[in-house]
Structures are given as C-alpha cells and as structure tokens.
Write a protein that binds this ligand. Structure first.
Ligand code: BG6
Length: 476
C-alpha cells in the first residue's frame, strides 16, 4: 500500500479516533489557546486515540513550539504533558504551495498508518483569512481532506475574522463551499463558547422573569464592553491588517449583541439560535462610531510606521424592530487599556421617584460579566440601614465559578470537543458573518478621524464628547 492510502477501505473506528492538523501552529493562538486546550482534553480523557500534526511556514521544532505553550498551562501534569508530546509532530508547510500539501498529506498518512488511526481528520486553519481558500484548495486537491462524509469524517475549522470585509468574506465562502459540504465547514467565534456567553440564550428563554422586561418598554440602553489590558505584543503582523473593528467588533461583539437582541428561537438548539442571531444582525444600523490608537502602537514589532489601524473602537448601533425601537446599543473595545473587562450591561429605565427625600440615583442593571469572574448580577436599590429613608444600589449575584467549582471548560476545549463530535453549535452561519461585515463596512465608509490615547488609560479623551453627544456614560 502506498503512503497515500484509500481511506474508504479502512474500518470505521471510534469518533474519538482523530487526527488534528493545525495550520499556523507557530502562531500566538496555537501557543496560548489551541495547544493548552488539547492538553486539557487529554487530561480529561476526552481524546483517547489521537494524533496532532502542527504545520507552519517556519523552520522550527515541535519542542520549541511546546515550550512556548507550556507557560499557558497551570498546573502541568507531566504524565499528560508527555502524552501530548509523544502524539504531536511538526512539519514545515507553506500554505500556498501545493507540493507542500502533498508532503503534508504523505506525512499525515504515514503517521496515521503507523499509529493504526482510522483517518478522521480535523483541519484547523489558525491563519489569516486570505489563506483559507488556498489551504482548502490544497487540502482537497491533495486528498488530505475529502469532500463529503462517508464512514470517516473530515472537517475544517476557520478562525475568525472570516475575511477582511464583505467582499472578501463572500470570495472565501464561495471558494470553500465549492470544495466542501456545508456540514464539514466550521466558522468559529470562540466567544460563543465562553461558559457565560453560551448560557445567555438559555438564561433568557428558560426564566419567565426576563421576557416581559426584555424590550424598549423597560430597557433604556445596552452596553457591550470588551476592554483589554494586553497591547498588541508580537501579533503586530496580523493585527495591523485588521484593527479593533475587524478583530473584535465584527465577530465577538456583534455576536454578543445578537444574543441579547434576538427573538425567542422555536427551540433552544444551535441551528434555531443561529437563525435568530442572523435575523437580528440584519436589522442593525450604525448611528455613530469612534476609533483611536494607543500611543506607541506604531513602534510595536511588525506594525507599519504611520499605521492608521485603530486599536480602540466604540459604536452606537440601533436595532430596527419593534422590540428595540429607540434603545441604543453601545459597543466599546480597546487594547492596552487600564484593565481587562468583558461585560454586557443592560440598563433598565428609571422608576418614577416616590421617595420624599433622595430618589434612587441608579437605574437597575443586569450585568453579564464574561471576564473576570464570570457572573450574572442584577443591581437593585435597597433601603440603607439605619433610620434613614434612602436607598443604595446592591448586587444580587450568580457567580459561575463559586457555584460550579468543577467542570468549567475553556472556549477552545469546547470548540475541539464539538467539532470532533460533529456538533455545529460552535459554528457561525455565513449569513451572520455577512450581516456583521455590512455593519463594519458601513463604519469604515464613514472615514472616521483617528484619535490617540495613552497606554493603560480608559481610552481617548474624545470619548467624553461621544458620551455627552449620546447622553450616556460607560459602565467600565
Ligand atoms: C481574539 C482577538 O479573537 O480575542 C484578540 O483576536 C483578543 O485580539 C482576544 O485579544 C480576546 O479574547 P479573550 O478570550 O482573551 O477575551
């Protein structure tokens, strides 16, 4: 039998028998998230028969890659680590070179053969979006990935952002859809698999207390905030082509908005939720936006001198439907800020003041905190202790990690697990991506001025005018 075997001849083995091929293994994502997630799945016994092949353009060794990833695993169990180490291999591959893919396919087949693996394959594109089409073309042309599903499965995962704009997203999508069946394609957004985020739809639609209040009669505004302390670091080569609007707003933030804004799905299934998310994204329109860059960004490695890329973005959006008419959605994200904080703040309307002395200073908020300290909390006004007839805000809180000490999983663990099981709930539908790009393209067409801000600050000073103009104040 040649090295490139006819895989249809092999016997079907467990679903878990799987070869994971990561293109872009030398990148930041693989080091910080993908390899630690695979380590955790091995530790949990979720991957019992597996092979991992890392590929990238660099001449490097697998030990060097693993050394970089080990820092992101706490604590390290040496037995699990050794198992990972003995199952992971590296091969140099230039994603645009067809002959490199023949070599990759041969390498994969040889290892699968010697390890008696069935040949279920998960190809993970941890690369920039402009490589998605060439990678898929080369993988299919060389037989590394086969179209369709028989007894064996072949699936391909595409990291966000899916494209650079609406046009490029369309081009990539038609390329991959020509080569693969829909069920083989996973366009992912890791925020959707965060424990707290993945519970938003469930909490909204399994508690009758929310639905009557979840509309413009009771909600006055929604804020979605993704502040990051991290600066661009060594990701300048990637980041400088995208910026905050394309790296964060187009995907993570608009998916959060969709989860808050969507109508009740017919059933709480991945497919129905995706359909509702898509409908609401289609109804979004842009009112205003602001972009800025942190001082010193242009001196970061791999960033262009005089780069116009924004590292901070804020937007005022509206959803054009009866539920949300008149309710502003404010989104804000930035790198190199004073803190890491990811949260959605749903602000309820003020009540008429019935107190004779001080009125409630605060409206009620439902806050969905993703990081730090994943939680849901409701800010209520309660009576101050003592003889006064005054109120003060307190929190009624569901702290996820306090209650569920065990069993918490990281986003990328969920992604690998679900893709291996053939679940599509981690996947984003193309129409969601399409609507999100239309929003970002509209903001980019506004030709906004670029402001600047200090590192470790709240963002640009011009944010104050934005707040004033829209009659709002950021919660963080
Ligand atoms: C990624 C972005 O998708 O999300 C990064 O590319 C960002 O720029 C990261 O830092 C934030 O994710 P998390 O899970 O750390 O909040």
């Amino acid at each position: 039998m040649g090295l490139i075997e006819d895989r249809s001849q092999r016997k079907f083995k467990k679903m878990n028998d799987c070869t994971i091929i990561i293109i872009g293994i030398t990148g930041d994502l693989a080091r910080r998230k993908l390899i630690p997630a695979l380590y955790k799945l091995i530790a949990l016994g979720k991957l019992d028969k597996f092979l991992i092949i890392g590929a990238a353009k660099e001449d490097t060794r697998i030990d060097q890659i693993l050394d970089g990833a080990k820092h992101f695993i706490h604590p390290v169990d040496e037995a699990v680590w050794n198992l990972l180490r003995s199952s992971i291999h590296y091969i140099r591959v230039d994603a645009v070179q067809e002959h490199d893919f023949f070599a990759l396919h041969e390498f994969v087949s040889r290892l699968e053969h010697s390890c008696n693996m069935a040949g279920n394959r998960l190809l993970y594109c941890s690369t920039a979006a402009d490589l998605f089409c060439p990678i898929t073309e080369n993988a299919v042309k060389t037989g590394l990935i086969k179209r369709g599903s028989g007894q064996l499965w072949n699936r391909v995962v595409y990291e966000k952002p899916f494209g650079y704009d609406l046009r490029s997203a369309h081009a990539i999508n038609s390329c991959i859809c020509r080569l693969l069946e829909d069920e083989q394609i996973y366009r992912i957004d890791h925020y959707l698999t965060e424990q707290i985020v993945s519970s938003i739809a469930l909490v909204r639609f399994t508690n009758s207390v929310f639905e009557p209040l979840w509309n413009n009669r009771y909600i006055s505004q929604v804020q979605i905030i993704l502040n990051e302390k991290l600066c661009v670091g060594n990701r300048g080569g990637y980041y400088d082509k995208y910026g905050a609007l394309k790296d964060m707003l187009q995907n993570h933030m608009l998916e959060l908005l969709a989860l808050i804004g969507m109508e009740a799905p017919k059933e709480l299934t991945g497919e129905q939720i995706r359909a509702e998310r898509s409908k609401v994204l289609k109804q979004v329109h842009v009112v205003d936006a602001l972009i800025a860059q942190y001082n010193g960004y242009q001196q970061e490695p791999y960033v262009r001198p005089n780069s116009p890329t924004e590292t901070f973005a804020a937007a005022h959006l509206m959803i054009d439907n009866p539920r949300w008419a008149g309710v502003p959605f404010f989104l804000k994200t930035g790198k190199c800020l004073d803190k890491k904080d990811t949260a959605i703040h749903i602000q309820f309307k003020h009540v008429d003041c019935l107190l004779t002395q001080k009125c409630p200073s605060e409206p009620n908020y439902l806050t969905i905190q993703v990081t730090p300290n994943p939680s849901f909390f409701l800010t209520l006004n309660v009576k101050k202790p003592g003889f006064v007839q005054e109120v003060m805000p307190v929190r009624m809180e569901f702290c996820h990690n306090c209650i569920f000490k065990e069993g918490t999983v990281e986003s990328y663990e969920v992604i690998f697990d679900e893709v291996i099981r053939g679940e599509h709930s981690v996947s984003v539908r193309f129409d969601e991506i399409e609507h999100a790009w239309k929003i970002i393209d509209t903001i980019n067409d506004m030709k906004l001025p670029l402001y600047y801000y200090e590192r470790a600050s709240h963002g640009p000073n011009e944010m104050e005018q934005f707040e004033f103009k829209h009659g709002m104040r950021w919660r963080a």
